[in-house]
Design a protein around this ligand. Structure first.
Ligand code: ADP
Ligand code: MG
Length: 176
């Protein structure tokens, strides 16, 4: 019996596939669903763009000024009214994207009839944070994407999914 499911999401298309699977499982098993996002700290702006596009962040908040403007700069512009330094703005983008990722997933789960949803937005090592949540919630299964945002060619499995699969005490479902 599956009672507790942990879903790890990073804003990638792969994580969205994992999300669909986890929500389906949670609604069929009437399981508790814990959504985890660990704030990104090492992704180049191309990955932010992918993330923001998947989450429709820039589209929903503000139209692009021109074709040339990318998603990252659109989000940066959305936050641009403050006098924050570049680093402070980037940190706000990371938090904003993280909240959006969790919020979108939470709404989808709710829509699909999942009644018990908890959310975790954390900082730190990605895999360790996911593993800690799994332990804390006594997870039966961790659902995650086989790949994530980096899309490095030649790798079948991402480093986070690899580490979690290796170290988890429960089952891990890596969704393709
Ligand atoms: N920051 C994160 N927060 C939550 N889950 C994550 C995070 N990074 C990766 N994951 C999970 O791990 C899966 C695989 O990502 P990862 O191993 O980082 O692959 P890649 O190297 O392609 O980025 C993602 O689909 C997601 O489920
Ligand atoms: Mg990654």
């Amino acid at each position: 019996m599956i009672k507790n499911i942990v879903l790890a999401i990073d804003g990638s298309v792969h994580a969205q596939h994992a999300q669909t699977m986890a929500i389906d499982l949670a609604s069929k098993y009437d399981a508790q669903l814990t959504l985890v996002h660990v704030l990104t700290h090492d992704h180049p702006s191309t990955e932010f763009e992918r993330m923001a596009e998947v989450e429709h962040l820039s589209d929903s908040k503000q139209p692009r000024v021109s074709e040339k403007e990318n998603t990252y700069s659109a989000v940066a512009r959305f936050l641009g009214s403050t006098n924050d330094s570049k680093d402070a703005k980037e940190s706000r983008i990371i938090v904003l994207l993280g909240e959006q990722i969790i919020d979108n997933a939470s709404k989808s789960a709710h829509k699909a009839g999942v009644t018990s949803i908890t959310t975790e937005i954390l900082t730190g090592d990605y895999a360790n944070s996911i593993l800690e949540v799994a332990k804390k919630t006594d997870a039966d299964v961790i659902v995650m994407g086989r790949r994530g945002l980096s899309n490095l060619k030649g790798f079948v499995t991402g480093s986070v999914s690899h580490k979690v699969s290796q170290r988890a005490e429960c089952s891990v479902l890596t969704v393709k």
